[in-house]
Design a protein around this ligand. Structure first.
Ligand SMILES: NC(=O)c1ccc[n+]([C@@H]2O[C@H](COP(=O)([O-])OP(=O)(O)OC[C@H]3O[C@@H](n4cnc5c(N)ncnc54)[C@H](OP(=O)(O)O)[C@@H]3O)[C@@H](O)[C@H]2O)c1
Length: 325
């Protein structure tokens, strides 16, 4: 990324040099990189935590280890995936990138490069939301907004794996069919149906115990009207471009709460490794799987980022290795 602005103007291929990986990073030859709405936010300069351009875009990647620092638990040649050093400027839409060692894992044999590349951010975020910050327990109603998107589809699957009854919310027939296909118990089309009314019908008047919200704005505000007594909101993101307007008086009178969720590694690397092991055990057992949607060419990254304002169902992924020498 050379500057903030429209993706077709802000993004360009440039030659850079990757030095030996510093402690805590591994250098990877990228085969595929996970994409998503944050790319659009970063390109527009709307992503908090990020410094000024130039920097490499792409939060997550899968590939093959080419260099490790002394004492690394990985070895050259390992097939790995994980979260990139994007906050320091080393993103996944590149021939090489650094992965954070604490957020990297050996890719199970049955996972494709695309599935591996599109797994880390969405599933680590769903874990942060539904296990660490707003735990959902078996039998509870979990409502997931943006459920055909990257974050939402992971939350649908993890919620099911945790034993919740999952209500997926998406816009339009293709996306609602997609949500049913990834295991949602119920699906609401927010473009065609009244969210609060449908929540009441589907939960027998109980309301939803947990609301997973990567969208914000009006859709989230409508969903809050269907929240249960003692319900909890996991605040994940703002794909609508607007925050969820929270009314403290309403929260008080209807006994619900909200928690901000910023997925990040646990301070203790052993605890963080255990999180990834638990997620990968779900992959191996077939309980969760990256729902790969559109696979883009490396050269098409600017167009892909521009399209994030009307995303297709599923997880967008960029195939990088095909343009490598
Ligand atoms: N807290 C964290 O640690 C964390 C981690 C990852 C991502 N996030 C955040 O989560 C949000 C969603 O990211 P994502 O990668 O899941 O996005 P995504 O795959 O593009 O999905 C977002 C969904 O939001 C809905 N949406 C509503 N209004 C939209 C609009 N104006 N433009 C685009 N989508 C809109 C769409 O669903 P319908 O068409 O069905 O309405 C879309 O499928 C972002 O704000 C991102 O920064 C947070």
């Amino acid at each position: 990324m050379t500057r903030f602005g429209p993706p077709l103007e802000a993004l360009a291929l440039q030659d850079v040099t990757w030095g030996a990986p510093p402690p805590g990073r591994i250098l990877v030859r990228v085969r595929a990189a996970g994409a998503g709405f944050p790319d659009a936010m970063m390109t527009a300069g709307d992503f908090p935590l990020l410094g000024a351009p130039p920097f490499g875009l792409g939060e997550e990647a899968a590939g093959e280890v080419v260099a490790v620092p002394h004492g690394s638990r990985f070895a050259v040649g390992d097939r790995v995936a994980g979260i990139t050093g994007f906050l320091e400027g080393w993103g996944g839409y590149a021939n090489y990138t650094y992965l954070r060692e604490t957020s990297a894992f050996l890719v199970p044999g049955a996972m494709t490069d695309e599935e591996a590349a599109g797994f880390p951010i969405a599933f680590r975020t769903a874990y942060a939301g539904l296990v660490e910050r707003v735990p959902v327990t078996p039998g509870q109603y979990l409502l997931v907004l943006g459920a055909a998107g990257s974050s939402g589809a992971a939350a649908v699957q993890l919620g099911k794996a945790l034993g919740a009854t999952v209500i997926a919310v998406a816009g339009g027939e293709r996306k609602t069919a997609f949500c049913a296909g990834i295991g949602a118990d119920h699906v609401i089309d927010h473009r065609a149906e009244d969210l609060a009314v449908r929540i009441g019908e589907l939960t027998g008047g109980h309301g939803v115990d947990v609301l997973y919200d990567p969208v914000g704005g009006d859709t989230a505000a409508a969903a809050v009207r269907g929240i249960a007594r003692f319900g909890r909101i996991a605040l994940i993101g703002l794909a609508s471009g607007r925050t969820l307007p929270l009314d403290s008086s309403d929260m008080l009178l209807r006994n619900y709460s909200a928690a901000g969720v910023l997925a990040g590694p646990d301070k203790d690397p052993a605890v963080e490794r255990a999180v990834w092991e638990r997620l990968l055990a779900l992959v191996r057992g077939g309980a969760v799987r990256t729902p790969v949607g559109t696979v883009h060419d490396f050269a098409g990254v600017p167009e892909m980022v521009a399209a994030q304002h009307a995303p297709e169902p599923g997880k967008s992924v960029v195939r990088v290795a095909s343009v490598m020498a």
